[in-house]
Design a protein around this ligand. Structure first.
Ligand code: UD1
Ligand code: CA
Length: 458
């Protein structure tokens, strides 16, 4: 028996007040719909169809990296029942189970989804819905039961005062038997406060027909939280962050203030690493053991070894930091930067596409771009690689043990040989051989009593 997934994502998301489709807003670094797709993939459906409508082209483009997704356009958007109906041609002749997911309910766990499908199939129900008991049901459809059985689902806008007091809510996640489904959905009317075709009405219709319907209560209500507004987006993001932080702390990471630690789901962090308040660690970042990440740091898609210290207010994107490195405060590392073991990068230093060799130091006010720097090199304060000539980016090579005096400019392409010295304030325009000293500043002149003389002339 086949399982087919349909994800509803055609709605305008009016309450978001956004130019962007609602399901492309991000939770933990990932668009809502990506969370839903990830969860759907775990039940290995025979097909996955996404109903798009509002800004359909934007959404389809955003999802184009995915293989095997079907798209169906719903235009205009007349409600969730109408949204399901437009998938009928795509699912024509299919049998088995249709799992209906909402593009704006991102936290559904694979376990809960599997459980829905299993219970739906084992009971032979025509329709099953995931529900939850919540303290604040506001905004959700309510599950009206008669006895144990679900009788119908009423939208908040259509509910009586006593129905509004019901704390069991509709998740908008369902499993349906495909047999007869579309005919039944076609019979749903739009006679309600919003003049929309409500898919939840199917439950009352099936009940009247004597078909099996069931509501399955999830234990963790957070899993079925929907996102309709920026406030709900923030609330759900917080749930994801709290879970991630709890998981990291349980695994031996110190997070000083979990309320201000923003760590994406795929990030890994080793034991005894300390994360100070106000840190963002994003994307595919890995951090080793025994590190210390100070306040105000943002790390994106980077690999960090063991015992690394990142002092306050560093921005590190797409970089690699080996063991025992020390960075910051106020350093900017980007674009394939590779800082090798024991190296030091100090304040107001920017590194781009640069290898800083083991034990090397660039401690103050420096730009190193497209540079390959050997081991135990000292880069003085205010050193600048002039890597861009207006047309091309040119490489700088600084070999092992070289010493670059402060306030030097290295006009690339250029090579400083092993152990060479560059005097302070030098503009390097040609290669410096190993072991040589390069200086370009002229001899210093001193004019005695110059200040006194000038004052007298005035
Ligand atoms: C819906 C349910 C409500 C449930 C809640 C759970 C209905 C009528 N109500 O309400 O009982 O508690 O979800 O989160 O179903 N969509 C379309 N086409 C449309 C309308 C909506 O594709 O014409 C999509 C939306 O993009 C969204 C999903 O369906 O992804 C749900 O629509 P939304 O308007 O957010 O419904 P809710 O008011 O949240
Ligand atoms: Ca919703």
């Amino acid at each position: 028996m086949g399982t087919h997934v349909v994800i509803l994502a055609a709605g305008k998301g009016t309450r978001m007040k956004s130019a962007r489709p609602k399901v492309l807003h991000r939770v933990a670094g990932q668009p809502l719909i990506e969370h839903v797709l990830a969860s759907a993939a775990t039940i290995h459906p025979n097909s996955t169809t996404i109903v798009i409508g509002h800004q359909a082209d934007v959404l389809e483009r955003a999802l184009s990296p995915h293989q095997n997704l079907g798209f169906v356009v719903q235009e205009p958007q007349l409600g969730t029942a109408h949204a399901l109906l437009v998938t009928e041609p795509a699912l024509h002749g299919q049998t088995g189970t249709l799992v209906l997911l909402s593009g704006d309910v991102p936290l559904l766990s694979p376990r809960t989804l599997r459980n829905l499908v299993e219970q739906h199939q084992s009971t032979g129900a025509a329709a099953s819905v995931l529900t939850a008991m919540v303290d604040d049901p506001q905004g959700y459809g309510r599950i009206v039961r008669s006895g144990e059985q679900i009788a119908r689902i009423v939208e908040e806008k259509d509910a009586t005062a006593s129905e509004r007091a019901i704390r069991e809510i509709n998740s908008g996640i369902y499993a349906f038997a495909l047999e007869g489904l579309f005919d039944a959905v076609r019979s749903i009317a739009a006679e309600n406060a919003q003049n929309e075709y409500y898919l939840p009405d199917l439950f009352a219709i099936y009940r009247t027909k004597g078909l099996g319907v069931q509501a399955i209560i999830v234990s963790n209500a957070d899993e079925i939280r929907g996102i309709n507004s920026r406030a709900e987006l923030a609330a759900v993001s917080r749930v994801v962050r709290d879970e991630k932080n709890a998981e990291l702390m349980a695994a031996g990471v110190t997070i000083e203030d979990p309320a201000t630690a923003y760590i994406d789901r795929d990030v890994t962090i080793g034991v005894d690493t300390i994360v100070h308040p106000g840190v963002s660690i994003e994307g595919r970042t890995t951090i080793g053991a025994g590190c210390e990440i100070h306040s105000g740091v943002r790390i994106v898609d980077s690999q960090i070894g063991d015992r690394v210290t990142v002092l306050n207010h560093c921005l590190i994107t797409n970089a690699r930091l080996a063991d025992d490195v020390r960075i910051g405060p106020f350093a900017h590392l980007r674009n394939e930067t590779d800082v090798r073991a024991n190296a030091r990068v100090g304040n107001f230093v920017e590194l781009k596409k640069t290898v800083l060799g083991a034990g090397s130091k660039a401690n103050h006010l420096t730009y190193l771009g497209d540079a390959t720097i050997g081991e135990k090199v000292n880069i003085g304060a205010g050193t600048i690689t002039c890597n861009y000539d207006g047309t091309n980016k040119n490489p700088t090579v600084i070999e092992d043990g070289a010493f670059i005096g402060s306030d030097s400019q290295l006009i690339a392409p250029v090579t400083i040989g092993a152990g060479a010295y560059v005097g302070s304030g030098t503009t390097i325009r040609a290669d410096v051989p190993a072991g040589a000293l390069a200086i370009s500043a002229g001899r210093q002149r001193v004019i005695e009593n110059w200040v006194v003389e000038r004052k007298r002339k005035k």
